[in-house]
Design a protein around this ligand. Structure first.
Ligand code: HGY
Ligand code: MN
Ligand code: MN
Length: 392
């Protein structure tokens, strides 16, 4: 489901490929004897009902971007199921239930914002507003959820877990460059997504003097150049991306009528992120005036930087060391469901290396021994959290 034939995966949220993937994971959960529940935004929960009290939860997402790799998100779900299977085979029963979650639409690539399912789960976005979200290809999220049969009965927001631990590839180069096997993730950087619409005047490419043009394609290009320069001048963790540009009518001999583009701005520091946003806003106001075009922006996502629970990080670090793994603390450049669960319970993340730092790319790769080591750290951490050892 979603195999792109080049080693990658295209499983956009709530597509038929996503349904196939969901059905497969639900079957794996049932094979493990887990209680499978689905909530009103399509989040899937497989719970091993042992022990007592609120569950220790792990998991991630199985939706991907269009040029996805096979590890982003999938690793966290599969490793979570592997943790349960390993404990069951060893006859080890945790003192708390263990839940593996598959959160809806983590990528936000088809339906913005990203981490949509986990955001609804923790009460950060109302269910009805989420269900009314429109896809970039048109359909309403709630209709797609019904169509693939994952509009569940469990209410949103959901029950608060005892703790949440997410295992994920780093999707960046740091662990490999620093030759560290495990990333003890300190938090997630702030994310600002906007859709920018530029309306100009379509005109003839051959007859229209340059001085008479009001060209949205030119304005969109200048936005890309400005954002690159802004990130370079700010330095540090500042990143800016134009990921999508659509021109109308998108023809060789027509000065376009309009351009629609997306802007992704991120920083680990909230003040710097706000500075980048306001600097960009000033630029597009100047650009609209000089080029004689109308520029409007619509916010698609805005999340402040998140810091994970120190107690959980200490357990991850301790269990990594006990397993003989090298580890380092680092922030996440990518967004994750864990940044939403951190709003409601003690939360942490475990990273494994991404070869050459590649992700959102079919060449995404992590060596099997590193994948296994990270999964063992996840098992040890979840067991410690389930047996409340972290409180000692
Ligand atoms: O956008 C992100 O950082 C994540 O891949 N959803
Ligand atoms: Mn991911
Ligand atoms: Mn991703």
């Amino acid at each position: 489901m979603g195999n792109t034939g080049d080693g990658g995966c295209c499983r956009l949220a709530l597509t038929d490929e996503d349904k196939e993937g969901r059905d497969l994971v639900v079957n794996w959960m049932k094979d493990l004897g887990l209680t499978v529940e689905i909530d009103a935004i399509g989040n899937i929960f497989g719970t091993w009902r042992v022990g007592a009290g609120a569950p220790v939860m792990t998991g991630s997402h199985i939706d991907t971007v269009r040029t996805g790799g096979i590890y982003d998100g999938n690793l966290g779900v599969i490793a979570g199921l592997e943790v349960i299977e390993t404990l069951q085979s060893a006859g080890v029963e945790p003192k708390r239930p263990i839940t593996v979650a598959v959160f809806t639409d983590e990528e936000g690539a088809r339906f913005a914002p990203d981490m949509l399912g986990s955001l609804v789960y923790v009460g950060g976005l109302g269910l009805e507003a989420a269900l009314d979200t429109k896809a970039i290809d048109g359909p309403r999220l709630g209709d797609e959820l019904e169509r693939i049969g994952y509009a569940g009965a469990l209410p949103c927001p959901g029950a608060t877990p005892h703790a949440f631990i997410e295992y994920h590839i780093e999707q960046g180069p740091v662990l490999e460059v620093e030759n560290q096997q495990i990333g003890v993730v300190t938090g997630v950087q702030g994310i600002s997504w906007q859709e920018i619409v530029i309306k100009g005047q379509s005109n003839h490419a051959g007859t229209t003097p340059m001085s008479m043009r009001h060209d949205p394609a030119y304005a969109a290009s200048m936005i890309g150049v400005f954002l690159r320069e802004l990130a370079r001048s700010m330095g540090g963790n500042q990143v800016c991306t134009v990921g999508r540009i659509e021109l109308v009518p998108n023809l060789i001999n027509v000065v376009p009528k309009s351009a629609t583009l997306t802007v992704d701005i991120r920083n680990t520091d909230e003040q710097l992120l706000q500075h980048a946003e306001s600097t960009f806003q000033d630029f597009i106001e100047r650009l609209a005036s000089t080029e004689g075009v109308e520029i409007t922006s619509r916010r698609l996502a805005r999340f402040e930087p998140v810091v994970f629970d120190d107690g959980v990080l200490d357990v991850i670090e301790r269990e990594s060391t006990a397993l003989g793994a090298t580890s380092m603390r680092l922030p996440s450049g990518a967004g994750h469901d864990a940044q939403m669960l951190a709003r409601v319970c003690p939360t942490g993340m475990i990273f494994t290396q991404s070869h050459k730092g590649l992700s959102h790319n079919p060449a995404e790769h992590t060596d099997a021994d590193l994948l296994e080591l990270g999964a063992n750290v996840l098992l040890a951490t979840m067991l410690a959290m389930a047996n409340d050892e972290h409180l000692n």
